[in-house]
Design a binder for this molecule. Structure first.
Ligand code: EPZ
Length: 420
């Protein structure tokens, strides 16, 4: 599974160009199944999850090839609507293939994505919305068989603004007959990116970024391939690098960022005492004083504080002066990093979905284990500030979301080595 060996205690200082968004690239890649041409998508990060998605597309008959951060997908030869179970298990977010395959073939077979470290990952909202669109769902032997003799537009209200369900229903709506409305839709920037990509294909979608998305479906339309699209920067990778600079009381300039996407994170770093300067396409952070705790930090759907930044922020708050109260409202089981941070001397008490974090003067290096992607990121940033050496076991988890992590951290002064 690999490990990072980190010697902490140095203030980071330098500049990082942020990777393209993993959580934008994945649904956009799935949506290439809706057309039958040569798509070219730029700034796709070099990550295991992207590799899994391209393997799935190739398994379905597409020709997906990656040249650096350019991903080309020729979806003309797609002739299969059954996603291999082992590949589904590799990556839960492959569930967004449902909407795209239903749009193209009016049928799809997927397996349940299965729970993971951060919670059971149900898909009831996806399935309820698809059923309203005329999709007939059958489950047997762990597979979901979905078929829509006629895929029709529907007026759907999501019980929760689920990112994946919103993406699935957008993709299913594009080639459905009539209008689809998604109410209480997710408003994340990645939803807007998907809308922009689909509209470049010839879809007619508006409202992404608000809680109501309207799609004028066109059952007889031939959508065209998109031969030049650049995904948005990864706001979570960007936020993690800001936390890495802050926890080491250093400074960092980030390039390739969209300030608006970062505002929920910037507001909390500013509240802790970080100095921030933002330009058109850069964000500069300096943390040269002691940082203050946060009376309350609650993760919420966008534009609230992102759940994917909860773990790195717990690490940062562990070194701030005072007591912070952190509440995770999005996932049921996303505090696995707390026990590992305690091994490094953090003072964290978990009470249900709330963590009480009492800042300590210094963290100390230890042997710790990454249990999921963002928990691993939290342990890496904690190790950068800890006294002595830390071994973070499970670097494979972290590499799912962070492109060139050790290279980027080395470039701003960290002492980090990856061992396979
Ligand atoms: C996306 O996951 C992201 N993944 C997650 O990032 C992110 O944490 C999450 O959105 C929330 O922002 C990708 O985009 C690939 P949800 P998704 O559906 O779509 C419940 C990372 O670290 N729910 O918005 O799976 C669910 O259990 C990953 O990059 C249902 O109850 O998230 C959870 O509690 C982790 N029924 C909440 O909604 C459903 O049918 C949010 O889930 C669907 C979801």
């Amino acid at each position: 599974m690999g490990a990072y060996i980190i010697t902490g205690g140095r203030s980071l200082c330098g500049e990082i160009s942020v990777q393209g968004s993993k959580n934008s690239s994945l649904p956009i890649l799935a949506s290439t199944l809706l057309n039958a041409g040569k798509n070219a998508i730029k700034d796709v990060p070099d990550l295991r999850d992207i590799k899994v998605m391209t393997d799935i597309l190739n398994n379905l008959g597409a020709k997906a090839t990656k040249k650096g951060n350019l991903l080309e997908v020729d979806s003309s030869g797609v002739d299969n609507w059954e996603v291999p179970e082992d590949m589904m298990r590799e990556m839960r977010s492959s569930i967004v293939l449902m909407g795209a395959l239903l749009g193209r073939f009016k049928k799809v077979r997927v397996s349940y994505p299965g729970g993971c470290e951060i919670g059971p990952r149900p898909i009831d909202l996806h399935l309820k919305g698809l059923a309203l669109m005329g999709v007939v769902l059958k489950e047997k032997h762990g597979f979901i068989y979905a078929e829509a003799p006629v895929l029709k537009g529907a007026d759907i209200h999501l019980d929760f603004p689920s990112v994946g369900a919103t993406e699935n229903l957008m993709m299913a709506g594009v080639l459905a007959e009539g209008k689809t409305i998604i109410r209480n839709a997710a408003k994340e920037p990645e939803i807007v990116d998907l809308q922009n990509f689909l509209n470049r294909m010839g879809a007619q979608i508006k409202g992404a970024g608000t809680d109501t998305i309207k799609i004028n479906g066109c059952a007889s339309c031939e959508l065209k391939a998109v031969d030049d699209y650049t995904v948005i920067p990864d706001r979570i990778a960007a936020g993690t690098y800001l936390v890495a600079a802050a926890i080491t009381r250093g400074q960092v300039t980030l390039k390739n960022v969209v300030r608006e996407h970062m505002e929920p994170i910037l507001a909390k770093l500013r509240e802790m005492g970080c100095k921030l300067e933002c330009g058109e396409d850069y964000i500069y952070l300096k943390a040269d004083t002691d940082l203050k705790s946060l009376d309350s930090l609650r993760t919420l759907p966008y534009p609230g504080f992102p759940t994917d930044m909860q773990a790195p922020m717990m690490a940062l708050l562990s070194t701030a002066e005072g007591t912070s109260i952190l509440t995770e409202t999005v996932f049921e089981n996303r505090f696995k990093h707390a026990e590992e941070l305690r091994r490094m001397g953090a003072n964290i008490t978990i009470n249900g979905n709330t963590a009480i974090i009492k800042g300590v003067r210094k963290l100390t290096g230890a042997m710790v284990e990454a249990k999921d992607l963002r928990a691993g990121a939290a342990l890496v940033v904690a190790a950068l500030a800890a006294e002595g050496k830390t071994t973070v076991i499970g670097s494979g988890h972290v590499e799912r979301g962070y492109e060139k992590l050790e290279e980027n951290l080395l470039s701003i002064g960290a002492e980090i080595v990856k061992k396979d």
